[in-house]
Write a protein that binds this ligand. Structure first.
Ligand code: C5P
Length: 246
C-alpha cells in the first residue's frame, strides 16, 4: 500500500470534478470528505447536472470555482456572470483574450449585481493561455509571440481591468507574480505529481513546485480522480503543499 502523509484540508488545493453525472461527483466529494474544501465545476458537469451539484457542494460547505471560461462580447459575458450569482460560488472565470473592455465590464457589472443582492461577488479570474497549448498548436492558430510573453501580457491586462487573478501554467507563475504583484490570484492547472501521467496537458509542474513558484491555488483533476486511491493521492498532494507558504 502507498504511504499516506498529512491530512489537513487546504483551500489552495482545488479538485476538478470533471465527471458527467451527479452520482459520480457525489461519490468523489464524499470519498475525499474533509480533506478537500474547494472544488472546481467545469463545463462537463455544469452542462449536465450543474444546479444539483452546486447545491450539494453548498450544503457540504465547500468552496466552488465555476470554470465556464466565458468568452463573448462584454454585455453578454457580464450578463452571463450575473446569472451565475444565484449559485453562490467563490470564483468564476473569463478568457483574457476577450479583451480589456470585456473583463472590466464583467467585473463592474458582477460587483454591482452582487451589491444589489447583498452578497459577496465571486472572484473573477482570467484564463491566459490554456495549459494544454504547446508551441505547435500555438503556431497553427497563427501566433508568433512566445506563449510565455503572451501570458504576461494577458495577466497584466486582466490586472489593469480590475480582475482578481489569472489561470495560467505553473511554469509562468513566478513571472506573473513579479509583474502583477502580491495581491493577485494565480490559479494553476497542469499539475502533475512526479511520476503521474501527463495526459493532454503540456506546460506542467508538480504541486510543490507550482506553490513555490507563486501559485495561490493549484487545480488537480485526473491525478486525484484516476488514482487507484483518490484519498491517498490527495493526502500526498496536501503533504507536498504543507509548509510551503504563498
Ligand atoms: O485532469 P487535469 O488535472 O488535467 O484537469 C485540469 C483541469 O483544469 C481541467 O478541468 C481543465 O478544464 C482545467 N483547466 C486547464 N487549463 C486551463 C484552464 C483550466 O487544464 N488553462
Amino acid at each position: 500500500m502507498s504511504e499516506v502523509r498529512c491530512c489537513m484540508a487546504d483551500d489552495r488545493l482545488i479538485v476538478a470534478l470533471d465527471v458527467h453525472t451527479f452520482s459520480d461527483a457525489r461519490m468523489l466529494i464524499d470519498e475525499l470528505g474533509d480533506d478537500v474544501s474547494f472544488y472546481k465545476v467545469g463545463m462537463e458537469l455544469f452542462y449536465s447536472v450543474g444546479e444539483k451539484v452546486l447545491t450539494y457542494l453548498n450544503e457540504k460547505n465547500k468552496k466552488i470555482f465555476l470554470d465556464l471560461k466565458l468568452h463573448d462580447i462584454p454585455n453578454t459575458v457580464a450578463g452571463g456572470l450575473c446569472s451565475l450569482l444565484q449559485y453562490k460560488v467563490s470564483m468564476v472565470n473569463v478568457h483574457a483574450s476577450g479583451g480589456y473592455t470585456m473583463m472590466k465590464t464583467a467585473k463592474e457589472r458582477l460587483c454591482d449585481a452582487a451589491k444589489r443582492n447583498g452578497v459577496e461577488p465571486p472572484k473573477i479570474i482570467a484564463v491566459t493561455v490554456l495549459t494544454s497549448m504547446n508551441d505547435d498548436d500555438w503556431k497553427k492558430i497563427g501566433e508568433t509571440e512566445k506563449i510565455s510573453d503572451r501570458v504576461i501580457r494577458l495577466a497584466s491586462l486582466a490586472k489593469e481591468a480590475g480582475l482578481d487573478g489569472v489561470v495560467a501554467s505553473p511554469e509562468e507563475a513566478s513571472s506573473i507574480r513579479e509583474t502583477c504583484g502580491d495581491d493577485f490570484f494565480i490559479v494553476t492547472p497542469g499539475i502533475r505529481p512526479i511520476g503521474s501521467s501527463v495526459d493532454d496537458q503540456s506546460r506542467i509542474s508538480s504541486p510543490g513546485a507550482a506553490i513555490k513558484n507563486g501559485a495561490t491555488h493549484i487545480v488537480v483533476g485526473r491525478p486525484i480522480r484516476m488514482a487507484s486511491d483518490p484519498k491517498i493521492a490527495t493526502k500526498n498532494i496536501l503533504a507536498e503543499m504543507g509548509g510551503i507558504a504563498v
